[in-house]
Ligand binder design. Structure first.
Ligand code: LCV
Length: 259
């Protein structure tokens, strides 16, 4: 795929996002490429995966491809949405996936990064959670990804302000593992990956799967789930949802009326 590169060396795989014109937006084609690479690396029994963008990017990923969001009256983030596939594939991959970041990370890309097992960021990195900026009803498993990354107070700050959070603050809050100078981040990340690759892969795989199952073990009653789905439908059927998508495409600030 022209906007994605992948390679496997000594048990350490690398997937590089390279679609600068669209700021590495995670559209169906990009996600299909990443998931395809992960399938190949699982078959090749990779011991670790580094997920990165081309060196020196200002934008690591602009998140979900907004051009691929439904205009209205359809759940924009349902089970089969490409971004949902990507998050599940990263979570189910039987070896650590390490996000190596430079530049800004937006919306669904922030969730994708938080679904990774380890996060190494350059000092210029920022994270934004953007559903409220677009009028999008985020989905339950997506909110759980955020909740598993940080405290509910921090998740509320990210979700309710939609403001980018700096790598330094994210590290201070425990949302990411390391902040490393841009000129050292590649050596640091691959040293980390190679160290993991020398350890017992079966032991690591089972611990990753245990942590995935335990972190997803949140009781929710059928009534609770149906209530959330009903609330989400109100949002994606709303004029605000249409306004958010339209404003993005018209490159203007959205004017939300709460209806
Ligand atoms: C499609 C894009 C995108 C994009 N999709 O460059 O989490 S949720 O619920 O919100 C979820 C639904 C989600 O993830 O939504 C997407 C959230 N993402 C954002 O809010 C970030 C949107 N992008 C931006 O704010 C800017 O593009 C940044 C700050 C990332 C980069 O700004 P910069 O000035 O460098 P442009 O904005 O000029 O973008 C370059 C091209 O990439 C397209 C954008 O439309 C433009 O296309 P054209 O050259 O055809 O005008 N683009 C950017 N982000 N998420 N397309």
């Amino acid at each position: 795929m022209e906007h994605l590169h992948s390679r496997l060396e000594a048990g350490v795989a690398t997937i590089t996002l390279d679609h600068a014109d669209k700021r590495n937006a995670l559209g169906a084609a990009m996600v299909e490429g990443i998931v395809g690479a992960l399938e190949r690396f699982e078959a090749a029994r990779a011991r670790a995966v580094v997920l990165r963008a081309a060196p020196g990017v200002r934008v690591w990923s602009a998140g979900h491809d907004v051009d691929e969001l439904p205009e209205s009256r359809r759940d924009p983030l349902g089970w089969d949405d490409p971004l949902r596939h990507l998050v599940r594939r990263i979570e189910n991959f039987p070896a650590p996936v390490i996000a190596m970041l430079e530049g800004s990370v937006w919306g669904g890309a922030t969730e994708t990064v938080f679904a990774c097992d380890l996060i190494v960021a350059a000092p210029d990195v920022s994270f934004a959670v953007t559903p409220a900026k677009l009028g999008v009803p985020y989905n339950v498993s997506g909110m759980l990804t955020f909740l598993n990354a940080g405290s509910i107070r921090v998740v509320k700050e990210l979700a309710f302000t939609a403001r980018p959070m700096s790598a330094a603050r994210a590290e201070q809050l425990g949302l990411i593992n390391y902040v490393v100078p841009a000129d050292a981040i590649e050596a640091f990340t691959y040293d980390l990956a190679r160290g993991i690759a020398e350890l017992a892969p079966l032991s690591i795989a089972v611990m990753k799967e245990q942590l995935r199952i335990l972190s997803g073990a949140h009781p929710m009653t059928p009534q609770g789930f149906e209530r959330i789905q009903g609330l989400r439908r109100v949002v994606y059927d709303s004029a605000d949802y249409q306004e958010g998508i339209r404003a993005f495409k018209e490159k203007r600030k959205a004017r939300f009326r709460g209806e």
